[in-house]
Write a protein that binds this ligand. Structure first.
Ligand code: ZN
Length: 187
């Protein structure tokens, strides 16, 4: 299987990386580490093999409800593409249906699929918004993401408690009042 072959190839590379970092890759405690890291990284980037649009398309339901649907506090874990270090936090999604709704758990899955890739928070926000707009065609969609970045906290500037917030929206969320309603409901 391709994935298992890739695990072996990745493990070979990680063994070299461990040596290059100054460690003894043959040390007992590290013997299985390359294999474990390879599998962990494959898990953390498994979003490349999944289609978020397909997830939503398979769970579209006709419905006349035209008020705001909010899924808040969706936990996610991602890897920043600049350092391949974790960034993690919460995503909040709102949309106003225009004839179709989707399963609430599907929104969380869409967040997860985009998070399980090498990412920047800004693009992840935009991709979630674009995916929901394209597949559900709602009157509007808004995404807010709050995250902490290991690459800021562990290295360089070492700002321990800073949070980065990004947001993006379409349609009726262009009206400040609609955005406010969403923001008030997630606070
Ligand atoms: Zn980074």
């Amino acid at each position: 299987m391709q994935e298992e072959q890739n695990t072996e190839l990745l493990a070979d590379h990680y063994k070299k990386i461990i040596s290059l970092l100054g460690e003894d890759a043959e040390r007992e405690g590290l013997l299985d580490t390359p294999q474990r890291v390879a599998k962990a990284m494959q898990f953390l980037t498994k979003g490349y093999c999944e289609s978020p649009e397909e997830i939503l398309q398979k769970a579209l339901f006709k419905e006349d409800y035209r008020q705001m649907v909010i899924v808040k506090d969706i936990d996610f874990y991602s890897l920043c593409e600049h350092h391949m270090l974790p960034f993690w936090g919460k995503a909040h999604v709102a949309y106003i249906p225009n004839g179709h709704i989707t399963g609430l758990s599907k929104i969380a899955r869409v967040v997860d699929v985009y998070a399980r890739r090498l990412q920047v928070q800004e693009r992840m926000t935009l991709q979630i918004k674009a995916c929901i707009q394209k597949t559900l065609n709602p009157l509007g969609v808004m995404v807010v993401i709050e995250a902490q970045h290991m690459c800021m906290q562990m290295r360089g500037v070492e700002k321990q408690n800073s949070t980065t917030t990004t947001s993006d929206f379409t349609g009726v969320f262009n009206q400040a009042k609609t955005r406010e309603e969403f923001i008030n409901l997630i606070r």
